[in-house]
Design a protein around this ligand. Structure first.
Ligand SMILES: Cc1cc2nc3c(=O)[nH]c(=O)nc-3n(C[C@H](O)[C@H](O)[C@H](O)COP(=O)(O)OP(=O)(O)OC[C@H]3O[C@@H](n4cnc5c(N)ncnc54)[C@H](O)[C@@H]3O)c2cc1C
Length: 373
């Protein structure tokens, strides 16, 4: 295959696709809105699963590099009640089934694995349109490119998706507020103890704190609330102290070891609303264009989105390599596997959200965890 593949978005999905294409000798150009790899903090820890994300790493030929990024011992999981009682605890058994890595380091690993110049930073797509054959991609910086084969890996608000589908992400009813506590073992020992060695879930109906222990005792928390968007909109996140007080008030009566993850944050609280595409989102085959990752099957956080984006990228790359003379066969093969995978994971995610934030929280999830051990 000699046609260059035009990829919009240098997230984990787009970069994995570019890397797998490179492994097969297929050229690709990635257009990314951000001005440079370091221009934005890339979020926290991701557990990369042996049934999806790790398969993509393998297809990318980067297993050794990936292993060097793994934070040992971080697979520990604990589930707490609002008073701090530990209801379930799963130690890190060292099996490596879902090792934790920093998203930014994983992304950099993929960037470093590509030929110089593959990623065109500072290219925010403003619009795409079908030509008689192929597509024109226009950028906010005024430039344009044409593409015979176009892949939207541009996340939730994909500019490529309208070529395939009229679906739009909708707010799910739950939002996270993101906080960080640095050097926690020394400065916030009770919170550090509550989070433990890996990941914490502290749940009650309509409420849920998720936190990870990152490097150097950093606690990275997402404080969840089931509230309408208007409720969050009424909070002035430009006034960190007032916003913190407003969110903390919703957690009144909780253990102070847990509320410290709100009140003691070293960073201003950042609002992260959850959006999702309809479960089972799919489209009829349109020549020369497809989507990977969140652009195709955005779902509220369920621990699978980054893993799926990487697997999509790897499988699309492999399909294009397997059908060098028939791009449409490759795209059809990729989509036929991706659609049900995305739908199944989104449905599982919706169930997880219900268990985390619904009326049975936290006991419903405890029962499932116990049954799964
Ligand atoms: C709070 C939170 C926690 C999460 N935790 C986890 C987790 O623990 N595990 C997990 O597996 N998943 C997690 N996810 C989901 C995961 O982040 C996403 O599913 C994953 O990042 C999707 O990858 P992607 O490559 O499809 O899209 P993205 O990572 O969104 O990458 C898209 C890229 O496209 C670029 N882009 C966007 N628009 C344009 C444009 N117009 N022009 C050019 N470039 C553009 C963006 O800058 C970005 O670099 C979480 C999500 C959230 C919100």
């Amino acid at each position: 295959m000699t046609t260059s593949v035009t990829i919009v978005g240098a997230g984990l999905g787009g970069l994995t696709l570019a890397r797998v294409l490179h492994v097969h000798g297929i050229p690709a150009a990635v257009y990314e809105a951000e001005p440079s790899p370091a221009s934005r903090a890339q979020g926290g820890l991701l557990d990369i699963h042996d049934y999806n994300g790790q398969l993509a790493v393998e297809a990318a030929g980067l297993t050794a590099e990936f292993r060097s990024l793994v934070l040992e011992g971080r697979q520990e999981l604990r589930l707490l009640a609002r008073d701090g009682t530990v209801l379930f605890k799963q130690p890190d058994d060292g099996n490596g089934g879902r090792p934790e890595v920093h998203r930014g380091e994983l992304r950099q690993m993929l960037i470093d694995s590509l030929p110089e110049g593959t990623v065109h930073w500072g290219h925010k797509v403003s619009g795409v349109r079908a030509l008689g054959g192929g597509y024109e991609v226009a950028f906010a910086n005024g430039s344009k490119v044409t593409a015979d084969l176009l892949v939207g890996a541009d996340g939730a608000w994909s500019k490529v998706r309208p070529l395939l589908s009229s679906a739009k992400p909708e707010y799910t009813g739950t939002g996270f507020v993101e906080t960080f506590l640095y050097d926690s073992d020394r400065r916030f020992p009770a919170a550090a103890e509550a989070v433990g060695g890996g990941m914490l879930l502290a749940l009650a109906p309509g409420h849920g704190i998720t936190a990870h222990r990152e490097r150097n005792g950093t606690l990275h928390a997402y404080v969840g609330l089931v509230r309408p968007l208007e409720w969050f909109d009424s909070i002035d996140f430009g006034d960190p102290a007032a916003a913190t007080a407003r969110i903390a008030a919703e957690y009144e009566g909780w253990s102070t070891a847990l509320t410290a993850l709100i009140t003691e944050s070293d960073t201003a609280p950042v609002f992260r609303p959850h959006y999702g595409l309809p479960i089972g989102h799919q489209w009829e085959r349109v020549p020369g264009v497809t989507l990977v990752g969140d652009a195709a099957h955005l779902a509220p956080p369920n621990g699978e989105g980054a893993n799926l984006a990487m697997l999509d990228g790897a499988e699309l790359g492999n399909a294009l390599a397997a059908h060098p003379d028939d791009v449409e066969a490759a795209l059809a093969e990729y989509e036929q596997a991706m659609f049900p995978r995305g739908a199944e994971t989104a449905a599982e995610g919706a169930h997880l959200q219900q268990q985390m934030f619904g009326p049975d929280a936290p006991q419903g999830l405890v029962a499932e965890f116990v049954a799964g051990t």
